[in-house]
Design a protein around this ligand. Structure first.
Ligand code: BES
Ligand code: ZN
Ligand code: MG
Length: 496
């Protein structure tokens, strides 16, 4: 889609192709609708009354010939009760408009909906939300389809006051973030026979050519062995596909300590020797959504050229069973020196992350945020719309919560400061076990990670429930929590 903002549109001199205008419940006209209704000598009101279109949220109508008004198609969209609009309802309204655009293949539309008053939020966020909702609506993954369907159109937001700067910055941010989201979805939706750890490393390498502030460092199996990343190496032992860690460094402000984003990138999680049940196992290609999200964030931030210093890491591996695979009861020595007794090869994410959490101490990071489809327990705790947040620093977690509310990409904090959780990780053989049985699984996973994050401020985001969603009962990548993370980073610019 193309997005632009224009000032004067309302005129009866030049012919417009399509215009979309709000109406509120009980025939309450928006200002612009009133104006056009007057020009047309009440033609609009009469038609609305005949068709009983009073302005409820699912009501809308397309008019073709309005007397005295030069416009091919005129979409009147029901917006419910005026002053009772919220973000959820706005989403319904925008999706209704986009479904009309698709149905009638409308290629250009003048958009009179950005100045709807929505409780407690600003014009800037209305525009950002609008772009998010539209891009999510029109996204399709066509790569493997014989017939590639796609839809595109030009959206022209109408500037009402002298606030064009808000339009321009919201459009710029919205476009870049949604480009990052699209890139991430396109990678995450790939099947694991194509999207391997090697594939992800090639994707990372390509960013260096695209953006001048980006440099890349790849850690392959050989280097992992050399520096003692034995926990990381264990996970891929059963797989023909070798593990890769891709470190994407974006530096557009050399004075700052870096913010490190670390994404779990298991391109297929079969569970390994602790094999998963076959039902829905195909969804475990999405176990690399943390890595995809981190890739999407850096893509958007580089596109916006934000004055930040960010290191994005794709922690990639496959988890497969074989005679070479690691087994339950194996003991491994992590890069930090702590030893782990493997009690479940399906708790592989934390084994990948723990060695990288040690590795990144060398960057002297300001903050470290890991993003991982880490536990089924998080899905049980929080469901499919809110990601889990766990942190060792309250300032950092507050900032993440703030960004998540702003971007409407929600997280909820779970506690990791109770000794009882840590007791669940005790081993008789090694320093830690990698999987305790049963209770508070999302939290104990984070407690495990926290053993490796003592040297910096760290937050963990469990996206097991939010990284994908269902269309026609089949999974599709959601691109979450890219929006929240980008907002967190945008906010950082004003924090230093
Ligand atoms: N990738 C899974 C977590 C997962 C499960 C994400 C379902 C999304 C949906 C992770 O590697 C895993 O298998 N975790 C285990 C941990 C357990 C063995 C302690 C789990 O959640 O069952
Ligand atoms: Zn996993
Ligand atoms: Mg697993």
């Amino acid at each position: 889609m193309k997005y632009m903002a224009e000032k004067i549109i309302f005129s009866n001199k030049n012919l417009l192709d399509c215009i979309v205008i709000p109406i509120f419940e009980q025939y309450k006209f928006s200002k612009i609708l009133k104006k056009i209704n007057d020009i047309s000598n009440n033609y609009i009101l009469n038609i609305l009354k005949k068709n009983n279109i009073q302005g409820k949220i699912n009501q809308n109508i397309i008019l073709y010939h309005i007397p005295n008004f030069l416009c091919n198609k005129f979409v009147i969209i029901g917006c419910g009760i005026e002053n009772k609009l919220n973000r959820e309802k706005n989403k319904l309204i925008i999706n209704n408009v986009i479904n009309i655009l698709k149905k009638y293949s409308i290629k250009e539309i003048y958009w009179y909906l950005t100045d709807l008053k929505i409780n407690n939020y600003t014009l800037y966020w209305n525009i950002r939300d609008t772009i998010d909702i539209i891009e999510n609506n029109i996204y399709s993954f066509n790569k493997f389809k014989k017939h590639k369907l796609s839809f595109s159109s030009k959206i022209k937001f109408i500037i009402n006051n002298n606030n064009e700067n808000i339009y321009f910055s919201a459009i710029e941010h919205g476009k870049a973030i949604n480009l990052g989201i699209k890139k991430a979805k396109n990678i995450a939706n790939l099947p694991p026979n194509i999207c391997t750890p090697k594939y992800l490393s090639i994707k990372a390498e390509k960013l260096k050519k695209k953006y001048k502030n980006i440099s890349i460092e790849i850690i392959d199996k050989k280097i992992m062995k050399k520096i003692g990343m034995n926990a990381y190496l264990s996970v891929s032992k059963g797989s023909k596909n070798e593990p890769f860690i891709s470190i994407i460094k974006y530096n557009n402000n050399h004075k700052l300590q870096p913010i490190v984003l670390l994404g779990k990138g298991v391109t297929f999680d079969s569970g390994g020797i602790s094999l998963k049940p076959s039902k829905n196992m195909e969804e475990m290609k999405y176990d690399m959504c943390g890595a995809a999200a981190v890739y999407g964030v850096i893509y958007a931030i580089a596109k916006l050229k934000l004055p930040l210093n960010i290191i994005a890491i794709l922690a990639s591996s496959e988890n497969m069973p074989s005679s070479k695979a690691y087994r339950p009861s194996d003991v491994i020595k992590t890069m930090s020196g702590l030893t782990i007794e493997v009690t479940n090869t399906d708790a592989e994410g934390r084994l990948l992350l723990c060695d990288i959490l040690t590795y990144i101490e060398r960057y002297n990071p300001k903050y470290v945020i890991d993003i991982a489809t880490l536990t089924g327990a998080c899905v049980i705790a929080l469901g499919n719309n809110i990601s889990g947040l766990m942190s060792n620093n309250i300032i950092l977690s507050k900032q993440i919560i703030k960004a998540s509310l702003e971007a409407d990409d929600r997280v909820w904090e779970l506690p990791i400061d109770d000794i009882k959780y840590f007791n669940q990780l005790k081993s008789n053989i090694a320093n830690l076990i990698n999987s305790s049985n049963g209770i508070a699984g999302a939290i104990t996973a984070a407690c495990f990670l926290s053993k490796f994050t003592k040297k910096y401020k760290w937050a963990h985001i469990d996206i097991a429930g939010t990284a994908w969603y269902y269309i026609n009962q089949r999974a599709m990548a959601s691109g979450r929590p890219i929006n929240m993370l980008c907002q967190f980073l945008i906010n950082q610019i004003f924090n230093h």
